[in-house]
Design a protein around this ligand. Structure first.
Ligand SMILES: C[S@@+](CC[C@H](N)C(=O)[O-])C[C@H]1O[C@@H](n2cnc3c(N)ncnc32)[C@H](O)[C@@H]1O
Ligand code: SF4
Length: 396
């Protein structure tokens, strides 16, 4: 079955959904210029979950559905990128620094520079991001569900421009609350689970009973008809074969759309701790393919694979933009460096500073945390006893 993702005199982009996965077809004068990008995306989309709901094809919680105006904006932004104009595709707003958990890896650790953004300030950031070309707005934290006005923030996202997503620890996703989020327009929910073993998950997150509550929350979200994913941050110690198989069964039983696997980054409380080895990453990629073949349906998305140098490279400050709870603008949630505050400057101006910076205007390669220039010249110079994110003007 074919879904037209983009249609103009210069380019027609069609997603072809078959039992074997989703393929991409392009036509029109611009088609030959998309060669490499198309091949990469084609290879990636073949292995990721896809589902038809109504008249739309859903690929992953990472992308707007096809056809939709937000997806069209995403395609447009890729075309502009090819011409050298980079605008963010996803804006993530950390709507609060508060959280009931105390996770061993939490990147929000020390991210408490100044007062949290007010509702109107967040409305304004959303408007500015949509103006910049963003096609997905993600609400995170801290724990976004602790913000009483989260439904209103979601409602403020113009659905003709961007999809909306919440990333949550899942504890407060009651039936009524999830229904409310849906009514206010939330498209996707990702619930973070760090182990298929309830006791291990609860201990890692520092909250007894969290696994059970989060599982209930996932069920409620699936039942409410929100496209629901489980976000699994793979780290040494939770990505052996048995744990991954259990996660697949867990997600299958709950009817989640996608098990999104990303990898631990040595940021926040995980700074200085062990990350995945190359061999562990490869093993996860192999496992994903094997599960897709065995089940005849894709369930797993390797989000880290998409950001590898042989795919698109690091997204920080290129496809991603993050807003800290107090309004500081960062290239990525794992890069605790502020290029300005939206309470003082326009988002477009701050984004321009990120884009011009030598760390981000070079060809995207590995994650910033694997970039010696970032590690030696920036990360190391952030004082231990400071509030984050740390201003770039103190460093350059
Ligand atoms: C910062 S949390 C905020 C939303 C919510 N409180 C939650 O836990 O889902 C967003 C995601 O970042 C992940 N995360 C936190 N610290 C991380 C780290 N050091 N490396 C990779 N992912 C991390 C969490 O597991 C979660 O999936
Ligand atoms: S990772 Fe999420 S749930 Fe855990 S402490 Fe950080 S913000 Fe809270």
């Amino acid at each position: 079955m074919e879904f037209v993702a983009y249609d103009s005199v210069l380019l027609k982009l069609v997603l072809d959904y078959t039992d074997a996965g989703v393929g991409i077809k392009t036509r029109g004068p611009l088609s030959p210029f998309l060669g490499k990008l198309k091949n990469r995306f084609d290879a990636y989309t073949k292995g990721i979950p896809a589902e038809i709901r109504g008249d739309k094809l859903y690929l992953s919680t990472a992308f707007p559905p096809v056809p939709s105006k937000p997806f069209k904006r995403l395609v447009l932004s890729q075309m502009k990128r090819a011409l050298g104009f980079h605008s963010p595709d996803n804006l993530t707003i950390m709507v609060t620094g508060d959280c009931q958990c105390n996770c061993e890896h939490c990147l929000v650790y020390k991210m408490n520079r100044g007062d949290e953004l007010s509702k109107n300030e967040i409305f304004d950031v959303i408007d500015q991001a949509l103006e910049l070309g963003v096609s997905q707005i993600t609400f995170e934290g801290g724990e976004p569900t602790l913000r009483k006005d989260l439904p209103e923030l979601i409602e403020h996202v113009d659905e003709s421009k961007a999809t909306s997503m919440a990333v949550t620890n899942g504890q407060y996703l009651t039936e009524d609350y999830v229904q409310e989020l849906k009514e206010f327009g939330l498209d996707y929910i990702n619930v973070s689970i760090d182990s298929p073993y309830p006791g291990v998950h609860d201990k890692f997150r520092g909250v007894p009973g969290l696994f059970e509550d989060a599982t209930e929350g996932i069920k409620n979200s699936v039942d409410a008809g929100i496209l629901t994913g489980v976000l699994y941050i793979a780290r040494p110690g939770n990505c052996d074969r048995e744990a991954l198989e259990r996660m697949v069964n867990y997600c299958g039983e709950l009817g989640v759309f996608e098990l999104m696997i990303d990898k631990i980054v040595p940021s926040g409380r995980w700074a200085g701790k062990d990350v995945l080895s190359e061999a562990q990453e490869e093993e996860i990629i192999r496992f994903q393919k094997e599960i897709a073949e065995k089940k005849g349906k894709n369930l797993i998305t390797n989000f880290f694979q998409l950001r590898r140098p042989d795919f698109f490279g690091c997204f920080a400050g290129r496809r991603w933009c993050y807003i800290s709870p107090s309004g500081e603008v960062m290239p990525c949630m794992h890069v605790p460096i502020s290029f300005g505050n939206v309470k003082e400057e326009k988002l477009s101006k701050i984004w321009g500073k990120i884009r011009k910076h030598p760390l981000f205007n070079k060809k995207p390669n590995k994650c910033a945390h694997e970039d010696p220039e970032y590690k030696e010249n920036y990360l190391k110079n952030i004082p231990d006893n400071t509030h984050l994110p740390y201003p770039i003007k103190e460093q350059d």
